[in-house]
Design a protein around this ligand. Structure first.
Ligand SMILES: [Zn+2]
Length: 574
């Protein structure tokens, strides 16, 4: 469905060139910088050659085989070459002598509740094959499977509306006799064998509130869908549902949940949060298939479902599209943990690698995390949000992803840099909007120097100054600003606070980075190679480019900062 088969040869060739170009810049990337400015892992040229020629061969083989889809993992080849990279001291580094740390500076302990369930079936689920004596009904015909089916079928939902599939009818009396009770809401009728509990019984209410927000997000008028509702099955014991005909045999096997037209199926999950999350995820697929007609290609389908399923619920209020502020808020969700672990293992995924995920990728959990991160960036970033939301109008179009590339064409390279910055510094509570980067190129430094004001609240800030490679510049920074407000205001100067650390450096210390005039699109974003300035420093850039400045703080901890600092920059005398 999403093979993107181009009818026009020229379009096909240019698309392949584009994909090759994108893929070339897009293997995996990993742990990036060490402390200080110089210890960077650059993309080595051998790696680029391997990526380039490997992809060229794959494309050739794919075209011989008649497959018009670029080989799935434009980002995959980089998994293989081994590289000697210096690892970034992570936020796990304890603050030396720190009596207390900022939230993100707290050494992270592995918390099993952060791990998304990766079980083939839910706990307590019956074996896949029902007991021989159990079914009284006719055995369901087993769906025919081919390798093509497995590779093209989304793992947890139909990807579009299935016409001529009759709506599932439930015999309430038979269900009740089988130990399955009915929970009724306006937008969801949920059948479950779970015992009564507040977190279960309120699921239809959560779903009702979600419907309003789905309508708002996708610009759908709820008045046009007064009777829209789905039927759901929340299963603790799979066999009960099989025996009562509520888990049809023509459904593909699924790990956690599945949605098809107006019906969704869920296995119970190990936390109240993750059970709701799964319902909202499948509900998003159901909403899109029944109202928009389709979910789009895998990266978008799963990215949007994860974006809108990630939520906050309490006191009868629901907020979809919530960026979790802490792992305790989202037990068993684990998307941020998955990305942080992958980054620590040098398995950072390039954006194009996420965009090119095939449907079968989502048989694993990790792609859900990368798709969520891509959607969270595109939807949370002020420069991309409108374009990203506009895509929802194209979910039924076979060239959806090409439309996406066209929409992002003019600032694609910057988007890839923002992606690298996000996934390299991702935190619970990451403020995507506050860390958005202005990519305006700098002007040459005036002969008598310049002064720049930097806000403590921001991420990398464009000085609008262009520094020359090989020239030594002197920096002097002054100012007093706030880096925390709990339990009292923490004041800081450009030298940082030496008893609290973030990423191995004093919290609040002034950092600088040069974004080259001609960034290597296959390389590491220049802003991931910061140098420490502090109160006073000299810097001789290796590449000519625009100077960026920020204070050292987590992207999740900017909202409690206030004030600014002044940085004087001049050319040092020879
Ligand atoms: Zn899904």
């Amino acid at each position: 469905m999403w093979d993107g088969r181009a009818t026009d040869l020229i379009v096909a060739i240019s698309l392949r060139e584009m994909k090759l170009r994108l893929a070339e810049r897009d293997g995996y990337f990993g742990g990036y910088v060490s402390c200080g400015s110089a210890a960077i892992r650059d993309h080595d040229s051998m790696f680029k050659r391997i990526t380039k020629y490997g992809l060229a061969w794959l494309l050739l083989i794919a075209s011989i085989a008649g497959c018009s889809h670029a080989p799935e993992p434009s980002g995959e080849p980089a998994r293989k070459p081994s590289r000697t990279a210096k690892k970034l001291p992570s936020s796990k580094s304890p603050a030396p002598g720190s009596p207390r740390t900022k939230r993100t500076g707290v050494p992270e302990r592995s918390d099993p509740r952060e791990d998304p369930p990766a079980i083939p079936e839910s706990p307590g689920a019956a074996p896949a094959d029902p007991p021989a004596e159990a079914p009284e009904q006719e055995p369901e015909p087993k769906p025919r499977r081919s390798l093509g089916d497995l590779l093209s079928r989304p793992a947890d939902s139909a990807a579009r509306w299935i016409p001529e599939l009759p709506r599932m009818q439930v015999d309430d009396a038979r269900a009740a006799a089988g130990g399955i009770r009915k929970l009724s809401g306006k937008r969801l009728t949920l059948y479950t064998d779970m015992p009564p509990a507040k977190a279960v019984d309120q699921l239809p209410e959560v779903f009702d509130r979600a419907f309003v927000q789905w309508c708002e997000y996708f610009r759908v008028d709820p008045a046009q869908h007064p009777d829209w509702s789905m039927t759901g099955f929340l299963m603790k014991e799979k066999a009960r549902f099989q025996q009562t005909g509520l888990l049809p045999g023509d459904l593909p096997s699924f790990k956690n949940g599945y949605a098809r037209n107006y019906t969704l199926w869920l296995y119970d999950q190990p936390s109240d949060y993750y059970r709701r999350h799964l319902m909202l995820h499948e509900g998003t697929h159901g909403f899109m298939n029944t109202i928009l007609g389709a979910c789009g290609p895998p990266w978008y389908m799963e990215g949007i479902a994860e974006l809108l399923a990630t939520h906050r619920w309490g006191d009868g209020r629901l907020r979809l599209n919530h960026f979790p502020t802490g792992r305790e808020e989202v037990p068993y969700w684990g998307r941020i943990r998955i990305i942080k672990d992958a980054m620590a293992e040098n398995r950072g995924k390039r954006l194009v690698g996420v965009i090119e995920y095939s449907a079968s990728a989502h048989l694993e959990t990790e792609p859900y995390a990368w798709c969520w991160a891509a959607a969270a960036l595109l939807d949370g970033h002020p420069r991309y949000r409108d374009r990203f939301r506009q895509l929802a109008e194209s979910v039924r179009q076979g060239d959806f992803t090409e439309r996406f590339y066209r929409l992002m064409h003019d600032d694609w390279d910057q988007l890839c840099e923002e992606w690298q910055l996000l996934v390299s510094t991702l935190e619970y509570g990451h403020d995507v909007a506050a860390t958005a980067v202005d990519f305006t190129p700098g002007e040459p430094l005036p002969p008598d120097g310049a002064s720049v004001t930097i806000a403590a609240k921001g991420g990398w800030q464009d000085s609008r100054l262009r520094l020359e490679a090989g020239v030594e510049y002197g920096f002097t920074a002054t100012g007093r600003y706030q880096v925390d407000d709990q339990p009292q205001i923490w004041w800081c100067e450009p030298g940082g606070v030496s008893i609290r650390y973030y990423r191995g450096r004093p919290l609040g210390i002034l950092l600088a980075a040069i974004r080259p005039d001609q960034p290597d699109p296959s390389g590491l974003c220049g802003l991931l190679r910061p140098a420490v300035l502090g109160l006073r420093a000299s810097l001789k850039p290796k590449q000519t480019g625009t100077l960026y400045l920020k204070i050292n703080d987590s992207a999740a901890e900017l909202s409690d900062n206030a004030g600014e600092l002044k940085v004087e920059i001049k050319m040092n005398d020879e």
